[in-house]
Design a protein around this ligand. Structure first.
Ligand SMILES: [Ca+2]
Ligand SMILES: [Ca+2]
Ligand SMILES: [Ca+2]
Length: 327
């Protein structure tokens, strides 16, 4: 007996689909993901060496020196291509490694503040920096021989945000973490043109010898780490035709009933929104079958569902031929 695709009824589809769904192996993938990023730029501004740049050195410095001069650091992270543009940031925290503390008795609160203007890292590399070349960030300039900061060492409210994003007390050598940075990261993900990174400084800058060295990105073994937990996801669930938050059998039935339709909508099974309900839409449903909004993602074996797609197409085309003949 030969195989007769046109003899397959709609109810047969459902039986095959159910059988496949039960036979398929399901694996579960967590909805939230975590990524760790090193800075793409970091440097130190030195008060008494106000035209020096230190962007290529292996440490950042922040706090007040023995003689009361300020050190302030800048760090920027690139999110583009690292996190989906439509992701929701669940948490973000920055970890820094203190590699030298001049006076470990003089611990201090260190804070991160959003930078509001662009700056250039530069590549000078000694403990006190070296004379900046054009374009490199210094205590006076966000770009040497180009744009000055609003005031030397950067101005609160103009060059950096009024309110700190995070604060942590730093004492002896070791690693320290600044938490609660998800708002900043989300805003940079939503609009990358506002991503100028953070200013890192001693909050009070009132006690000498709070200055510490923190490993910079050039110290690859101990570089700053921004840990971001995010949940990727479009505003609608691909394959969820009836918009009940689950990609399931009901969505398959909707797609099947509308297979071949033109001027279709997502609610009729046109998941890639090209106006037609077709094989591409079936593949989207197959790839997302079992997905629920914000939760685990069961992943059925693709082979059995691909077979269903093929059957659906054959059936759809035979039905169309029969309809045309009957007219
Ligand atoms: Ca650097
Ligand atoms: Ca659904
Ligand atoms: Ca489509």
């Amino acid at each position: 007996m030969s195989f007769q695709p046109s003899s397959i009824s709609a109810s047969s589809y459902l039986r095959i689909f159910l059988l496949c769904a039960f036979c398929c192996e399901f694996s579960f993938i967590a909805g939230a993901e975590t990524i760790q990023l090193n800075p793409v730029a970091d440097t130190t501004l030195l008060e008494e060496f106000s035209d020096n740049n230190m962007g290529g050195h292996t440490h950042l410095a922040a706090g007040l020196t023995r003689t009361g001069n300020s050190r302030r650091a800048l760090l920027r992270f690139d999110l583009e291509g690292q996190i989906p543009a439509d992701a929701a940031i669940l948490s973000a925290e920055l970890t820094l490694d203190v590699t030298l503390a001049g006076n470990t008795n003089n611990g201090a609160m260190f804070e991160l503040l959003r930078v509001l203007k662009d700056w250039e890292e530069g590549d000078k590399d000694s403990n006190l920096g070296r004379a900046a070349e054009n374009g490199e960030a210094t205590w006076l300039s966000r770009r040497h021989q180009g744009e000055l900061w609003d005031s030397p060492g950067m101005q609160q409210g103009g060059d950096f945000a009024e309110a700190a994003s995070s604060m942590t007390f730093v004492g002896d050598l070791g690693t320290y973490t600044w938490t609660g940075l998800e708002g900043d990261v989300q805003s940079w993900l939503d609009d990358s043109s506002t991503n100028f990174g953070w200013l890192f400084k001693d909050q009070a800058e009132s006690t000498n010898q709070t200055a510490r060295r923190f490993a910079s990105r050039e110290d690859t073994a101990r570089a700053p780490i921004l840990t971001i937990e995010f949940e990727a996801g479009p505003s609608f669930l691909p394959g969820d035709a009836n918009e009940d938050g689950v990609v399931g059998l009901e969505d398959f039935v909707i797609l099947k009933d509308n297979f071949g339709a033109t001027n279709a909508t997502r609610q009729l099974g046109d998941f890639n929104e090209d106006g037609q309900v077709g094989l591409d839409d079936f593949v989207i449903l197959k790839d997302n079958f079992g997905t629920t909004e914000g939760n685990a993602v069961p992943e059925p074996s693709s082979a059995c569902l691909a077979l269903l797609g093929l059957l659906a197409i054959i059936h759809g085309s035979r039905q169309a031929v029969r309809l045309r003949r009957s007219r």
